[in-house]
Design a protein around this ligand. Structure first.
Ligand code: NCD
Length: 359
């Protein structure tokens, strides 16, 4: 099936991303030119996990392009509740829609979706794995603020273990020159090892700390995140960690005048509302950027209808299960494992990027 998808942020080359920013700028400056671009086309939003802004951002983007929207916002309202696989749902839904945005609790679900759809698929979040449209939003916001995506020091603070927006943004920023990373998290919520290795292998500067105040003065960007309560198997651990980081007026005094604070939202208590009128706060601007960049993405993917799809696995003669219990390979009937190699040669699950047992 010829078409392009956005399963991972690396599905788009740096040149393709550049073209996307140009298209987004044009859409922002001349919205009327694009108001009928998707006339008679349908976006299906298949949301198996709760969402407000990501789903509505995709839907409003499609409506502003003149298109229509179908779908569901609760797994209970879909045939998944009757036991249907993601693959079957996609084979069916892609007969009804011209483009599909899917959010799923299982890691790697978006790749299964893309492989079984006749139309372009957008990954709107697959468990704790990745969230590339939030990353497009974040990159576009950074570019608007700094005029560049290289030569930046970015601090990620909060839930670096489960925060999929963090994982995707790191993957994206690693492709730009001279970006350094400061990871601010308690021990229990540190960045997954595989991702940490990717940063080290890429040769980027990387510091881990538990102290937000110490890291703040050096940062160009502070990316705050919510502690992801729904992903903890033991809620007593969540209760102990909740409220670990709270950005307030006092802490903001330690930051550079030109630093920006980003957050994928929703915020819980990690950023005090008393800093909302500080011009460095950019998370509501991020939401606007998200709507513009999703309009550009939908248009771009629809126009790429005849392109060769991205191949996300390698022909490796191997056996062995994925070590990640939240990976779709453990839950979807009839799904065969697919493998790839990491930059340091270890065998990974192509669906969720986790290690393979006994490797
Ligand atoms: C994030 C998500 O769903 O991963 N939100 C979003 O999409 N804007 C972050 C979160 O839920 O904490």
């Amino acid at each position: 099936m010829y078409k392009r998808d956005l399963v991972s942020i690396t599905d788009y080359s740096l040149d393709e991303l550049e073209a996307l920013w140009t298209l987004a700028d044009d859409i922002e400056n001349h919205p009327r030119r694009y108001k009928s671009s998707c006339n008679n086309l349908k976006l299906a939003t298949l949301f198996y996990e709760p969402s407000t802004r990501t789903r509505l951002s995709h839907e409003s983007a499609m409506i502003e392009l003149g298109g229509n929207v179908i779908g569901f916002s609760d797994a209970k309202a879909s045939s998944a509740s009757k036991g249907e696989t993601v693959a079957d749902t996609m084979k069916v839904m892609s007969c009804f829609a011209d483009i599909i945005a899917i959010r799923h609790n299982l890691e790697g679900a978006a790749m299964v979706a893309a492989e079984n759809s006749r139309v372009p698929v957008i990954n709107a979040g697959d468990g704790g794995h990745s969230h590339p449209t939030q990353t497009l939003t974040d990159l576009y916001t950074i570019r608007k603020n700094f005029g560049r995506l290289d030569n930046l020091r970015i601090g990620f603070c909060g839930d670096l273990k489960y925060g999929r927006t963090v994982h995707s943004l790191i993957e994206a920023m690693l492709r730009y020159e001279n970006v350094s990373f400061v990871m601010i998290a308690p021990d229990e919520l540190k960045l997954p090892k595989g991702l940490k290795n990717n940063i080290i292998d890429a040769g980027a500067e990387f510091v881990e700390t538990a102290c937000l105040e110490d890291a703040l003065p050096e940062l160009d960007i502070l990316y705050m995140t919510r502690i992801q309560r729904e992903r903890f198997s033991d809620l007593s651990v969540y209760d102990r960690l909740a409220g670990t980081y709270i950005l307030d007026k006092e802490k903001m005094q330690k930051a550079k005048e030109k630093m920006i604070v980003m957050h994928p939202l929703p915020r819980v208590d990690e950023i005090s509302t008393d800093v909302d009128d500080d011009p460095r706060i950019q998370f509501f601007e991020q939401v606007m950027c998200g709507k513009i960049i999703r309009r550009a993405l939908i248009l771009d993917l629809i126009e790429r209808g005849s392109e060769e799809p991205i191949r996300r696995w390698e022909d490796i003669d191997a056996e062995g299960e994925c070590t990640n219990p939240k990976c779709i390979t453990h839950h979807e009937r009839g799904l065969k494992p697919k493998y790839k190699r990491s930059s340091n040669g270890s065998l990974l699950c192509a669906y969720c990027d986790c290690k393979i047992k006994n490797e």
